[in-house]
Design a protein around this ligand. Sequence first.
Ligand code: UT7
Length: 331
Amino acid sequence: MGIRLLGAGMYLPEKVVTNEDFTKIVDTSDEWITKRTGIKRRHISQGEYTWSMGLKAAKNAISNAKIDLLEIDMIIVTTISADFAYPSMSNVIQGKLGAKNAFGIDICCACAGFVYGLDMAQRYIDTDSNIKTVLVISSENVTKTVDYTDRSTCVLFGDGAGAVVVTKSENQAYSYLGADGTGAELLYSHLYPANNGFTDENVALENAKAFPNETGRYMYMDGQEVYKFAVNAMPDAMEKACEKAGIRPNDLDYIIPHQANIRIIETAVKRMNVDIDKVFVNIQETGNISSACIPVCLTQLVEQGKVKSGDKVGMVGFGAGLIYGAIVLTV
Ligand code: UT7
């Protein structure tokens, strides 16, 4: 058994920040950002909670799916930018929605989160006869994790949320998930310092040598190393997911790659031997919204009428972990 898409939805905050706006706060230019990343604009949250953006995307997806809230059996939320250490965002959203029959799980699989969430949805649907309809939400407030004095990271990210409702179907979705945890120190941001009332500062400093905290609560990223990983990991994951589906990447009707950098997308797509016109790109308008990138693209693909029932869409992501994954979904 597998899954099919009942509805997709999205939410992008109203405030838009252009490359020109960044020239007023850091030493950068529209030319550098456009040429090196493909980004022109990004939507950013004005203090809106991550769960709130996720709720709005979920409502949009549920309305497009034309289902009753009580039909939702499970809610999976993917995020790297939760509002709380606890409770989970899926529980908060379940309550705000009134999806009383659903239980919830949050997963942190960085920018590949939506692919992991869809994979998980299918596995629950496949193995538990009580679970037929799953809401997968990817919601991100990435900008709160970024230092707006660091030009090498702050220009890259935006905020937003995407969501889908999937239900049991005969069409299996084929996925390939992978990780290289030796790269965990290439991209991270700290949560709480590991201090308590009995902390010995010298012991604490020794313990903090892995994952140094020079960036405080903000993102640390070795951009070039992540770049090198991504241009290999994305084609690798897509090839392997397609192999399981018995097709080649170029047999897909559409490919949605994670929107981190247009140069990464172009190189990865070339390595997949895929026609570029099959690849959906919106990075110029949204920047990198971590796990929300792929479901926002999927929603736009559906809204623009570019996919029809039965089409095969390949989605592929990578990110902190280092993590990667691809899934082939029949819509
Ligand atoms: O979702 C996954 C998360 N992250 C990623 O996917 C990021 C992957 N990496 C990348 O996309 C790219 O590595 C970046 C966009 C982050 C950087 O692009 P790059 O072509 O690798 O640039 P670079 O780091 O080699 O820097 C080249 C120059 C440096 O100056 P010098 O040392 O040559 O004088 C940087 O200081 O560009 C400078 N630079 C900037 N200049 C103007 C870095 N950021 C900026 C900026 N504006 N915003």
